[in-house]
Ligand binder design. Sequence first.
Ligand SMILES: Nc1ncnc2c1ncn2[C@@H]1O[C@H](COP(=O)(O)OP(=O)(O)OP(=O)(O)O)[C@@H](O)[C@H]1O
Ligand SMILES: [Mg+2]
Length: 86
Amino acid sequence: MNGNGRAVLQVEQVSRHFGALAALTHVDLEVREGEVFSVIGPNGAGKSTLFNVITGLYPPTGGRVRFRGDEITGRSPAAVNRKGLA
Ligand SMILES: Nc1ncnc2c1ncn2[C@@H]1O[C@H](COP(=O)(O)OP(=O)(O)OP(=O)(O)O)[C@@H](O)[C@H]1O
Ligand SMILES: [Mg+2]
């Protein structure tokens, strides 16, 4: 389903490394109002890491995350949750 509204979630060039392991490298995605967006990939592809970065559990190594236009990069899960994202 394609959204045609405003951007709700914007992930820009997000990377997350665990030591030498690059779990996410320059991930870009945008989810718009009304859109259903899926993230798929094999075991270890980085899906959970992506959600953990978006929700604030892990700070990204690089890049930024915006929710409803506000930058939430590196904010705590509680702060992100208060903005309406979980
Ligand atoms: N806290 C962590 N410390 C070190 N490495 C981690 C950590 N979390 C994830 N990784 C590594 O990052 C990579 C991506 O893992 P992730 O769990 O994000 O994949 P996934 O796509 O969710 O996999 P699955 O389909 O098995 O749930 C893997 O190589 C994993 O071992
Ligand atoms: Mg997972």
